[in-house]
Ligand binder design. Structure first.
Ligand SMILES: [Zn+2]
Ligand SMILES: [Zn+2]
Length: 148
């Protein structure tokens, strides 16, 4: 499965009878450029272009894009959705210190295990929590705490 381009996304919106409003276009562009933002972060960026945009519009649009399978939302351990353009299935490495998110491919062992169970995988959503490289390089508060 290839990544959706903005053109694909716009044509998908159009073919489902949805209007391409400037707000929808803007939000799509933001999600495309910055993966894994939550609704409020998307809202803040959108306001730079369209100060009049409302948070309710952002939520409504995100739900629409999700229902059309254009974007997907993942809970990165925060109990709310983080949005990204639907792309190849992947696993999220989430840094518990700086919150950065890295996409890595789904391990083939997992795919093989599901196949062995004759389980038809529709989507894979999971997160691995830990510390990213730049955070582990820093003399961290976590290791200071351990030293007591
Ligand atoms: Zn980090
Ligand atoms: Zn991702």
């Amino acid at each position: 499965m290839n990544d959706l381009t903005s053109l694909d996304m716009v044509s998908r919106l159009r073919s489902s009878g949805k209007r391409i409003t400037p707000e929808r276009k803007l939000l799509l562009r933001i999600i495309e450029q910055h993966a894994h933002l939550d609704a409020e972060e998307i809202y803040r960026i959108a306001q730079r272009d369209r100060p009049q945009i409302g948070l309710a519009t952002v939520y409504r649009t995100l739900t629409l894009l999700k229902n059309l399978d254009i974007v997907r939302a993942t809970d990165l351990g925060e109990n709310h959705g983080h949005y990204e353009v639907r792309s190849e299935e992947h696993v999220h490495l989430v840094c518990s210190i700086c919150g950065c998110v890295t996409d890595v491919p789904v391990p083939s062992a997992l795919r093989a295990a599901a196949k062995k169970e004759q389980f038809a995988v529709q989507s894979t959503h999971f997160e691995i929590f830990g510390t990213c490289r730049s955070c582990s390089d820093k003399p961290s508060t976590a290791s200071e705490a351990k030293r007591g």
